[in-house]
Design a protein around this ligand. Sequence first.
Ligand SMILES: Nc1ncnc2c1ncn2[C@@H]1O[C@H](COP(=O)(O)OP(=O)(O)OP(=O)(O)O)[C@@H](O)[C@H]1O
Ligand SMILES: [Mg+2]
Length: 598
Amino acid sequence: MIKNLLKYAGKYKWFALLSPLAIVLEVLIEVTIPLLMSVIVDCGISGQPIAEKDSFIADMLINLGFADKTGTDLIISLGVLMLGLACISLICGAAAAFFAAKAGMGFGAELRFGIFKKIQGFSFANVDKFSTGSLITRMTTDINMIQNAFMMAIRMLVRSPLMFTMAIIMAFSINKKLSLIFMCIAPVMFALILLIGAAAHKRFTKMFKKYDKFNTSIQENLIAIRVVKAFVRAKHEKDKFKVSNDELKDASIFAEKLIILNGPIMSVSIYSCIILILWVGSKLILGGNMQLGDLMSFITYIQQIFMSLMMVSMIFVMSVMAKTSMKRVSEVLEEKSDINDDTADGNLKVKDGSIEFKNVSFKYSKNAENNVLKDIDFSIKSGETIGIIGGTGSAKSSLVQLIPRLYDVTEGEVTVGGINVKNYKLQELRDNVSMVLQTNVLFSGTIEENLRWGNENATLDEIRKAAKIAQADEFVMSFPDGYKTDLGQGGVNVSGGQKQRLCIARAILKNPKVLILDDSTSAVDTATDGKIREGMKNLLPETTKIIIAQRINSVQHADRIIVLDDGKIDDIGTHDELLSRNEIYKEVYVSQQEGKME
Ligand SMILES: Nc1ncnc2c1ncn2[C@@H]1O[C@H](COP(=O)(O)OP(=O)(O)OP(=O)(O)O)[C@@H](O)[C@H]1O
Ligand SMILES: [Mg+2]
């Protein structure tokens, strides 16, 4: 999992490597400074000659020409040396932080892009599996967590062990007896931190689940805010939001409660250790077995050791949180799109718009008990116009979604142009099978930009021609900005029927061999609906047209009409044939005629 994710950091590996290098230098300086401090105290203040001080730093200082210096002279020159070193360490620290930030943020951005690309390749079934809310959490909260953990890991994974080892060596070199004191406390503390981390992991997993629920709830509300207002459901929505918000809060507190225990455990350990060392150390000094400066630098090392342990614990906590996030992000990255080009032959072209369903059965998920479509068998000649009619839930949408492979059949096969749809590249298939989905959307941008989704290179004339067939040209031209009219987010600036006509124009612009309209004129008045059908018949004679509708009107002129009932084909025939022999069709027809007469 980690290896898979780290691929995304590849581009930034140099930054990720430079950062630890700068840190090595920073740590080396940090562990040297307390030694210089002890020389200042013992030689500068207490007056002991440098040559008599038993420490390797003293030997180094003698080599550097400090041997003759004493008193204030020694204090000032060592002070300047320390200042210089502190500055270098500061610069290294800043550089390390900069490189780490660059690597971390870059890694996050690549990862987000990776997920986004992956989602674009998802089939409808894949999207059904992860809720949209969950995908958003994974792309935002989870990736933030991973990127912060990565940034911290780059800096701390080198810094802590190095600092820890160096400081222990220094502490032992100063006084072995004193060092043993904290060597007893440290392991106990470390074990405690690990235990807490392990427990926190479970709680964080729960917290992220709540995040998903929370995001799904907001997302649904925002998308449907108009419906919420129309039904005056604001109070109900507020209550619903409060529940998921509170649940998220409780889960976060529950998880954080454990993590914050780390701080107090650390503080108690550090300060009890220091008190103990001061007590033992002062006895050693009084007995003449230790110098004051050494005790001072010893305590600094102890602090450094604890600091590095603290950092290790922070990394641990962070990695615990990040592990949950990494798992969730990997799930998306490793999800195999069930609909892909694996079985495709790149050279195959869709030769015509003939369609055949051979013994097709279909269900949305493998675990579902019943098939949504059962034993579907029929064929359509290229250029035919086919109507599909049936009650809600009779699986009309499910049936046509199999043609451009929005879902794959469970059993049997669907062919277009005489060849199984699975053998075409998706791009080739979907370029030739254009579908206006039942719940369709436009995007923010101008009308022209939206229509160009159908064909990027279309000229304005071609765009207008498609719009004319869809009966959209007239109303578009009546807007002051015509085709340059901005649609607003989700196409809010046009009416429901206008939106449907734009969606049809977009699909026609593809110049497809098969055009599927899934209840796409439901919000269009009958007269305009008739004109659209007329236009398609005259101007797109070669194209196979499949029209799903609730109104008999919309399909009665079709060459043949398929009557679907509960996922099965009840009958296929012309309007007259069906009217004379099919009960369902007759019933629908009669009920709609009655409606007209009233
Ligand atoms: N994404 C989905 N996941 C699981 N089940 C689904 C999904 N979409 C539809 N179904 C189920 O499949 C059945 C057929 O639905 P479908 O949308 O094909 O009906 P329809 O004939 O198009 O209805 P309508 O006229 O209301 O559009 C329904 O029982 C529905 O609950
Ligand atoms: Mg439908």
